[in-house]
Ligand binder design. Sequence first.
Ligand code: NAD
Ligand code: UDP
Length: 315
Amino acid sequence: MSPKRALITGGAGFIGAHLCARLLQEHYEVWCVDNLLTGRLENITPLLSNPRFHWIQHDVIEPLLLPAPLDYVLHFASPASPVDYLKYPIETLRVGALGTYNMLELARQKAAVFMLASTSEVYGDPEVNPQPESYWGHVNPIGPRSCYDEAKRYAEALTMAYHRRYKLHVKIARIFNTYGPLMRPDDGRVVSNFCWQALRNEPLTIYGDGSQTRSFCYIDDLIEGLYRLLLSDETGPINLGNPEEVTISTLAQEIIKLADSRSSVVFKPLPPDDPKVRRPDIRRAKERLGWEPKIPRQEGLRRTLEYFRSLLGKA
Ligand code: NAD
Ligand code: UDP
């Protein structure tokens, strides 16, 4: 039997690179498409020697011509860290709008299944906690985070329009805060910042008073959820995340302890529209995919610290 063929946009990014590796492990032929805006070639260097892996440097806001047939198009290209999308707001809106359009068109041409990497940010600063998929969200359409939130909301709407108009097989994954090896130490996200600061015995920068919450999913758990969603008959949207909620202050203390660090903490201003709480309701993923995260935060953070420690020598 010939291998399944998948194209992954954003494949040189944090999640995309793990997804490429997993699909290769499942014997897929993989096309990894990325313009390296926030991703890194190093993330996929170990994959380049695999004959079933094809690297294409390309900006998906332009149409992509690919002669090969495809079974799956997975659209993960987009800046994802608040620091990145605040730096690249127009690029973020364009990849969410034009990039999603181009990849939906590619999926339609190839009669492929389309998967969209959406986000918990579609719920904005939520007024219900935890957030079920039925919640429509509380998003500031003109605030600094709107370039990301509204791009993803548009991308979801476009995906559903293709599903309704063309009967395209689509899947919308609403991904909650995910962390692990291959994150950039300077991506500005809380786990990368805290790990990098703790390992260098620098103060951990807590924004606001640290009472805001997030729920952190280890990358291997997320990839398992995405893979199950891909193989399922589900359209979604479906929340994928770890429902274990923690305050940012507690996270800082956990990382200081796990890193055996001498760091203290410093308080910095809270960025505008920073969600006060976030926690996925994962009942749908449990029922329909038989999925739930398995890796406790302690263990996930330990593995992530190990990865960042390996980069310290190179920094
Ligand atoms: P990342 O920044 O590491 O990866 C994104 C990748 O997309 C990068 O490699 C970047 O170079 C690429 N890219 C951006 N614009 C592009 C374009 N126009 N053409 C081609 N490539 C482009 O971020 P990530 O954390 O791996 O996120 C991947 C996806 O998952 C994103 O769509 C993000 O919105 C979504 N997501 C991530 C999280 C998380 O916690 N990591 C949470 C929710 C949703
Ligand atoms: N945060 C923080 N210190 C940092 C980076 C982030 O206190 O150095 C906070 C941020 O204000 C937010 C939470 O940690 O409340 C998660 O931020 P992140 O940028 O990782 O992702 P978000 O969930 O906001 O998209």
